[in-house]
Design a protein around this ligand. Structure first.
Ligand code: ANZ
Length: 932
């Protein structure tokens, strides 16, 4: 029978489901291999051809590893909490759970059609209570732990309390809030339970704190920096303001150094690691205290301003100090005559997001406070300014400004007519000092004449001696905000009593998401959970914000290891066996979100001995984006500049005035517009007329983002209906290297389909009868076979999937030419191809007489190099040093025989033109040269 892909694919998808073919084993002697995909958010639009790209690659890898004898875990699930379902709920009243369920059904149908070897028995959904129970449980562990810098790991709060009871706060070296207090054991005992709780909150790895957020009143939620554009929400364009709010935060900064170090031990793309390094933003410098000049102002809270600098060596060039407009001392430092200016400036700053403030390097703005500090090393009086280029959240929110060393400081000094003191003999004032250039210091007291390194060390030593400064490492990364004022997320397992947060009891987990009448904030501006009637803990009110989108995805790979455990998030045995993810494939857009948070939670879980590996994802590959390939038609514009209903073919648009319009790519084939379908596409085109070239309407092409509005979305369902999943799988790989972004182009898919049909034909005779013989394979057949065995193995091991596809085509062509139809060769070939095109291979495997089972656990054929040893060589034959041709000659022939063979050749005779060569030089296995 001809290649009936529809029947074959349906049959095998059913077989795999019925037999749970891809269920990973929990107990086995096989080595484990864990292949993970980034699980999707099930959006309403379903999958387009770009989505499965990474899934196909990981599936080929997973199938290949099974053939190689590994116990493979290859699971799939859904990241199913999120905003789109909630927005839809707000508009329609439809419960997000209902929308989500429907979307998941679509995704599942689409995924099943592609023939993935997922172990669906382990499916997870982050929005399901038996999953988010454990997300809440992990939150509780974070709440119950603090970071001990001496041990360099997380430890239990109970231990900390023990320490406080015995020794007070002395000897505690924690990553904690700035304003932790010092107390003795007795003072600790004397504190009320609430005061003790208040203090402990400053240490917990998840904690409440007041943070400045992008608050969008119209959307009723906090937005991330990249969701705000020029003071307006990216979605909807509503005004966004900076607002202080009590928010749950995660103390990820405690792990900054380990997150940085860990990058050196994992096999991830270098650009991705670099993004994480920049995000973590380690900088080594010093903190310096500048005493406030008491003549003008005497702040009650503190008599110095502390700055963070990476260039403490430039301290003799300081001519002013700049503090962030939000700095806590601003009010106290502002003199009455400067108050109007300072107040106006603060209002102006509030409108800008942090991102805008950093980006805006050219326009100089700021205001003088009227106060001064004293430079601790030369006792100079230094004026204090506020300016928005100094960020409140970085370092100490204050900088010592060195206009001869820093470009921004220089522009600021010029604007406000402040002095510039050169401090290096080599330095151009306007160029940022480059310490590696080894200039020598001038105007700098005891470091004059020194070079950068000694100077820095000398200044730090001096400041330390004065008790006014010390070396300091600073990280750009901030603690992560862990809350949203939205409905469709995990409830935080916390209630409030007398203003303080308390965990609910573990036995009350999961804390279920309550029903609400509307998915909007309450009248008084509380999050939607404030609407839930009767939703109250016996001891106090529940937390009303929900967890952010990244909560559920920060540990999900562990749940797959033991998805149905209702006593633990995963059992110790399962974690000890599966350990970590060997291969993770997904998009690079998660570089500083999901992939950083996951590493953080993993390290925390390791610290408290719940998991065994420090890093969750050993190897990671980012698949490229599939871009859309848009098609255009060209509407003729008449003399009055009006659009007509006539369309000009692309090759002719130079001769007319036209305007381009996107046309649905599904009614275009090889750039030729299907005119009938076009007329039917839209009512307005019913009577359209066309100016054709060679009788055809040719469309224009452009590569753009794949999107509905551009009519360039290609749906995998359509392609599968037309060509089958095996063709789609191979074609997606054939498009190019996995990591590269590339435009989708359906034009070549026919070629891949023909290839699979040709492969099917190898097993059949002219009238499509299955004909395979038991004949011994020929040398040539074995050579073709072993070439492809080796090639595919090498390709898959280095994740080069596209190159295998073309090699398959070559191999099938060779074997077709050789009329190969013996079982020995074809059976191995079926196994080799099966990772790419599993359905057709399963079918042929059974037809070859391997029983009714699956080939998924067959052995990948062993490559034998002996079959590739060449027995002939294409000798270059040259006459008087010029190569004339190549002749295939058996390598078993000796020099004399080779000479006779060459001279007897008719083409050689023609070249010699009847002459007898004076000399024939034969180098065996290399060359034949004749001198005439
Ligand atoms: C004096 C100086 C002289 C500086 C010089 C630089 C060059 P990174 O590498 O990013 O850590 N800075 C410190 N806190 C700041 C804040 N909150 N907002 C904006 N800028 C801040 O940069 C640290 C440098 O950035 C610090 O070193 C400080 O300026 C500035 F020739 O201090 B420097």
């Amino acid at each position: 029978m001809d290649y009936q892909f529809k029947d074959i694919e349906q049959k095998w998808q059913q077989f795999w489901a019925d037999n749970q073919t891809f269920k990973a084993e929990d107990k086995t002697d096989k080595p484990k291999y864990y292949v993970l995909d980034m699980f999707p958010y099930p959006s309403g639009a379903g999958l387009h051809v770009g989505h499965p790209l990474g899934y196909i690659a990981s599936d080929i890898f997973a199938r290949y590893k099974r053939l190689k004898g590994f116990n493979v875990l290859h699971p799939m699930g859904y990241d199913s909490f999120g905003l789109p379902a909630e927005q839809y709920a707000i508009q329609t009243g439809q419960h997000p759970a209902v929308t989500t369920e429907a979307n998941i059904a679509t995704y599942r149908r689409q995924l099943d059609q592609i023939g993935f070897s997922f172990d669906w028995s382990r499916e997870v959904r982050t929005s399901s209570p038996d999953y988010y129970k454990w997300t809440q449980w992990i939150f509780m562990q974070l709440f119950n732990n603090w970071y001990n810098k001496d041990a360099d790991k997380a430890q239990s709060i109970a231990k900390l309390v023990e320490h406080f009871e015995k020794n007070g706060s002395a000897g505690v070296n924690a990553v904690a809030d700035e304003e932790i207090s010092s107390f003795t054991a007795d003072e600790w005992e004397a504190k009320s339970p609430n005061e003790q709780q208040q203090e402990l909150l400053k240490y917990r790895l998840t904690y409440l704190r007041e943070s400045t957020v992008n608050w969008c009143p119209a959307l009723g939620t906090v937005l991330a920096n990249d969701e705000v554009k020029d003071g307006f929400s990216e979605r909807g364009g509503y005004p966004v303001e900076q607002k202080k709010m009590m928010q749950w935060s995660m103390r990820i900064t405690a792990y900054a150094e380990r997150l940085l170090q860990g990058l050196d031990k994992i096999d991830w793309p270098e650009p991705l690691k670099e993004m994480q390094r920049n995000w973590i933003g380690k900088s080594t410098g010093a903190s310096v205290k500048f005493p406030i000049d008491a003549q003008n102002s005497k702040p009650a809270t503190q008599n110095y301003i502390e700055v963070f600098t990476t260039r403490v060596d430039t301290i003799f060039g300081v001519t002013f100090l700049v503090i962030a407009p939000e700095h806590e001392l601003v009010a106290e430092l502002t003199s009455p005559d400067q108050k109007a200016g300072i107040d106006a400036y603060i209002i102006q700053t509030k409108k800008k997001s942090e991102l805008d403030r950093m980006a805006d390097a050219k326009t100089v703005s700021g205001a003088f406070t009227g106060s001064y500090v004293i430079n601790p090393l030369n006792n100079e009086k230094v004026p204090i300014y506020i300016a928005d280029y100094v960020l409140a959240g970085y370092g100490t929110g204050a900088v010592m400004a060195v206009p001869s060393g820093d470009q921004r400081d220089f522009l600021f000094a010029r604007h406000f007519s402040l002095p510039v003191i050169p401090i290096l003999d080599t330095q151009d004032i306007t160029v940022e000092a480059d310490p590696t250039k080894e200039g020598r210091y001038i105007n700098s007291d005891f470091i004059n004449g020194l070079a950068y390194k000694e100077a820095t060390a000398a200044v730090v030593a001096k400041l330390e001696a004065l008790g006014l400064g010390k070396a300091k490492v600073n990280f750009r990364m901030r603690d992560a905000i862990f809350g949203r004022q939205r409905y469709w997320g995990e409830p935080v397992p916390v209630y409030f009593k007398e203003g303080l947060p308390h965990l609910i009891s573990e036995s009350d987990l999961p804390l279920l998401l309550p029903e609400v009448d509307k998915y909007l904030p309450t009248e008084s501006g509380e999050p939607p959970l404030g609407r839930a009637e009767g939703w109250k803990h016996p001891e106090g009110d529940y937390e009303l914000s929900t967890m952010p989108g990244w909560a559920g995805s920060s540990w999900y790979w562990y749940r797959y290891m033991d998805a149905h455990n209702d006593r633990e998030f995963a059992s110790k045995e399962a974690i000890a066996y599966w350990k970590d993810v060997d291969l993770y494939i997904g998009g690079s857009e998660h570089a500083t979100g999901h992939l950083l948070y996951s590493r953080f939670w993993n390290k925390f879980l390791k610290d408290i001995d719940l998991v065994v590996e420090e890093e969750p994802f050993k190897k990671l590959i980012n698949q490229g984006m599939i871009q859309g390939r848009s098609n255009f038609v060209y509407r003729l514009i008449d003399e009055e500049g009006r659009g007509t209903n006539t369309f000009v073919s692309h090759g002719l648009i130079g001769r007319y005035k036209t305007s381009p319009l996107h046309v649905d790519v599904n009614i275009v084939e090889n750039e030729v517009l299907n005119i009938n379908k076009f007329k039917a596409w839209r009512e307005e085109y019913q009577d359209a007329e066309f100016i054709l070239e060679n009788g055809k309407y040719i469309c224009g092409v452009e590569v753009e983002k794949m999107s509905k509005s551009k009519f360039n979305v290609v749906n995998p369902d359509d392609l599968i209906a037309r060509y089958g999943a095996d063709t789609l799988r191979m074609y997606e790989m054939f498009l190019g290297p996995l990591e590269q972004s590339k435009p989708w182009n359906t034009n070549g898919i026919e070629g891949v389909f023909k290839f699979l049909r040709k492969f099917w034909r190898l097993f059949h005779n002219d009238v499509w009868e299955f004909t395979v013989t038991g004949a011994e394979p020929t040398k040539a057949e074995l050579k073709s076979l072993h070439k492809i065995i080796r090639k595919v193995e090498e390709d898959i091991e280095r994740f080069s999937f596209n190159t295998s596809v073309s090699s398959f085509m070559i191999a099938i062509n060779e074997l077709t030419d050789l009329k190969c139809n013996n079982r020995k060769v074809l059976q191995d070939l079926v196994v080799v191809l099966s990772a790419y095109a599993p359905h057709i291979c399963e079918e042929l495997w059974v037809m070859l007489g391997n029983g009714a089972g699956t080939l998924s656990y067959a052995a990948y054929p062993k490559f034998n190099p002996a079959y590739l040893v060449e027995d002939e060589f294409a000798y270059p034959v040259s006459i008087n040093g010029k190569t004339k041709m190549n002749l295939n000659i058996s390598l078993s022939l000796e020099s004399k025989e080779i000479e006779e063979f060459v001279l007897a050749n008719a083409d050689v005779q023609r070249y010699l033109d009847g002459k007898q060569p004076k000399k024939v030089i034969v180098v065996k296995g290399r060359i034949v040269n004749m001198v005439v």
